[in-house]
Structure formats: structure tokens, C-alpha cells
Design a binder for this molecule. Structure first.
Ligand code: TTP
Ligand code: MG
Length: 357
């Protein structure tokens, strides 16, 4: 049986802002883009969350929910600095550290440098060291696989620790709403709801064949996690296979110039991410979903790599011509780039939901 810890900093960007500016403590703080423009909320303090503000919401909406909130722009250098400190604390416990983002990581402490057989004690030790060395709080989940450790870290957030033992796992999973299962987004959640699957207990009653018919290759994953089975190892050097941006439109669009404007924005974002990672891609995939939900993808692979927004948009536009966009209304548009010429670690602090523009 493995011993896995998932650590996740609390309200990370906002907590760093409150630490560095004492006048922000105890107040609703929103980190993100300009509330007067089209900015997006990266995250917010727990004080702001009680007004209904959350990540990825428009900053303008956050302002309407709580005009007295303090809106600040992100300071990535400060967050990266903390991330490095925290990572060192993890590495003092084990080399089997898999960072998921700046503020989140899995650790496999089955064997560890502290020679401590208790994963719970190690998790407490980590949380205490994080607090004393950075002044910030983190939450942790402890269990025997990644899935359970990750869900557990959320249970007593903020500043909490949750252990799920093998004996507790079945009850713990049975009571979970499906949306808490990693990989179940809003669309899958609604689909499960229509099938009467609301919790882990409902999922446990489903036959594998039925889940595979409804959810394709994810069916097996759902079948297994309902049983507490997750054999994925903690991988210290995971490499990103693709980078993508997709958007579901507020209204179906048939106007080609508006479609191209959206693709242009996605191209800019992807280009800036690629350049930030000093990488370039060889392959681009365009995804189009029509108003009736029919979905198609078109890909193109080039011998020369590309990283500029101009090249990305040109490729996307070329692929768009192979679709019926313009004649048929579209409800979703996405661009994904892949086949990188420089490895992009999964752990790198890519900010995919940055407050653009
Ligand atoms: P999270 O761990 O998802 O959020 P959090 O740490 O702010 O809050 P919680 O206490 O619930 O863990 O994300 C970590 C940081 O990543 C977050 O502080 C800001 C950034 N982020 C974005 O920039 N955009 C996003 O859409 C999300 C979800 C996070
Ligand atoms: Mg966090």
C-alpha cells in the first residue's frame, strides 16, 4: 500500500498578497485582471469567496458582487518564489514530488528521507514548515492513491489536514458528489445527472460496459475510482503533451469575422504561453462544435515549428476552411498545439486562465 500526500496552498495568490500587504488582511481581495475591462479573476481571498466570487469569473462580475473588494494584479515573481520555497520543503521529504501547478503537488512518501512511517505526521510537518518559512497556510490530503489524496486535501480547506484510510475509503467515495471527482467537469456532471449518477455510490452501481458506452475511454477511470482504485504513480518529471485553449460561446456564432476574432485571441494566448516556456509546436488542432453539438477536429502537422500568434492564427484559419463554420453556427471553438520542440514540464507555472487581456 502506497502513502500519498496531496498539498495545496490556500487561496494562493491572494494569500501572498495579504501576507505582503498587511492592510489587505481580513479583507476581500481579488487577484486578476482589470474589473473595468475584460479581466478575469485568477483567485480571491476566502473573505471574497463569501460574496460568491471565484476563479475564472470575470473581474467585472466580481466587482458587482463585492464593490468594496480590493482588486490587485498578479505578481508572478512573488508566487514563483514561494513555490520554490515550498518545493524545497517537499524535496526534503522525498524526491517523488509531482508538482501540478505553482501551489499544488503530489508526494509519494511510502519511503521518505525523514524515515517517518506516518504520512500524516509528514503532512503535518510539511504544513508547519510551510507556515513558518513562508507565512502561508496549506491544506493536505493523505491517502493511498492520488485520487483520494487530492479529494481529501479539499475537505478541510483552508489550513486543514484530512486522512482517508483504506477502511474509510468506500464510505468516503460513496458520499462524494461526482463533481468532486477529478476529471468531471460541468458537462460530464450534467450528463451523469441525467443518468441518475449524483454521487460515488451511484457510480458504484454502474456497470463498466454502460460507463464505457456513455463516457468512452473515461468510463474505465470512473469505474475504478468509484472502487477507490487509482494506480497512477507520482511522476516527478511529467511532460506536457499539448497546450490548448477552448471556449464555449455565450451565443452560437455564424459570422466568420467574429469567429476569427475569437481564434485570434486564443492564438495570442497560446503564443504567449509557448514563448514563456521557450518552446514551439509542430502540430495544431482546431476543434469546432456546431450548434447541434456535432463536434469535429482538424489537425495539421508542420516540419517547421511555430510559436507566433500570426502563424497559429493562419493555421487555424486554414483548418477552419475545412469545416462548415460560417455556414453552420458554432457553439465552441478551440485551438490545441502539440509536438513541442522543447519539453514543457507539467509542473511549470503556466497560467492558462490568466486575466487576459
Ligand atoms: P487553486 O489551488 O485552484 O486555488 P487557490 O489556491 O487560490 O485556492 P484554494 O484555497 O481553493 O486552493 O489555484 C492556485 C492558484 O492558481 C491560484 O491562487 C491562482 C491560480 N489560478 C489561476 O490563475 N486561474 C485559475 O482559473 C485557477 C483555478 C487558479
Ligand atoms: Mg490552492
Amino acid at each position: 500500500m502506497r502513502k500519498i500526500i496531496h498539498v495545496d496552498m490556500d487561496a494562493f495568490f491572494a494569500a501572498v498578497e495579504q501576507r505582503d500587504a498587511p492592510e489587505l488582511r481580513g479583507r476581500p481581495v481579488v487577484v486578476g485582471g482589470d474589473p473595468g475591462g475584460r479581466g478575469v479573476v485568477a483567485t480571491c481571498s476566502y473573505e471574497a469567496r463569501s460574496f460568491g466570487i471565484h476563479s475564472a469569473m470575470s473581474a467585472a462580475r466580481a466587482y458587482r458582487l463585492c464593490p468594496q473588494a480590493v482588486f490587485v494584479r498578479p505578481r508572478f515573481e512573488a508566487y514563483k518564489q514561494v513555490s520554490r520555497q515550498v518545493r524545497q520543503i517537499f524535496l526534503d521529504c522525498t524526491d517523488l514530488v509531482e508538482p501540478l501547478s505553482l501551489d499544488e503537488a503530489y508526494l509519494d512518501v511510502s519511503k521518505n528521507k525523514l524515515q517517518n512511517p506516518s504520512a500524516t505526521r509528514i503532512a503535518q510537518f510539511i504544513r508547519q514548515r510551510i507556515f513558518s518559512e513562508t507565512g502561508l497556510t496549506a491544506s493536505a490530503g493523505v491517502s493511498y492513491n492520488k485520487f483520494l489524496a487530492k479529494v481529501a486535501s479539499d475537505v478541510h480547506k483552508p489550513n486543514g489536514l484530512t486522512l482517508v484510510t483504506p477502511e474509510q475509503a468506500a464510505d468516503f467515495i460513496a458520499a462524494l458528489p461526482v463533481r468532486r471527482f477529478h476529471g468531471v467537469g460541468r458537462v460530464t456532471e450534467q450528463k451523469m445527472q441525467r443518468l441518475g449518477i449524483l454521487t460515488g455510490a451511484d457510480l458504484l452501481r454502474c456497470r463498466l460496459e454502460d460507463l464505457q458506452r456513455s463516457f468512452g475511454s473515461s468510463g474505465l477511470y470512473y469505474y475504478q475510482i468509484a472502487r477507490g482504485i487509482d494506480e497512477r504513480p507520482v511522476e516527478p518529471n511529467r511532460i506536457r503533451k499539448s497546450l490548448g485553449k477552448e471556449i464555449t460561446l455565450a451565443e452560437d456564432l455564424a459570422d466568420l469575422s467574429q469567429i476569427l476574432t475569437i481564434l485570434g485571441r486564443q492564438a495570442e494566448q497560446l503564443s504567449s504561453l509557448l514563448q514563456q516556456m521557450e518552446s514551439a509546436a509542430h502540430c495544431l488542432t482546431l476543434k469546432v462544435r456546431y450548434g447541434d453539438f456535432e463536434t469535429l477536429t482538424r489537425s495539421r502537422t508542420l516540419i517547421e515549428s511555430f510559436d507566433s500568434d500570426v502563424e497559429i492564427l493562419a493555421l487555424a484559419e486554414e483548418l477552419l476552411k475545412k469545416t462548415a463554420a460560417g455556414q453552420r453556427p458554432v457553439r465552441l471553438l478551440g485551438i490545441t498545439v502539440s509536438q513541442f520542440n522543447q519539453d514543457i514540464p507539467v509542473a511549470d507555472p503556466l497560467q492558462l486562465e490568466l486575466p487576459f487581456p
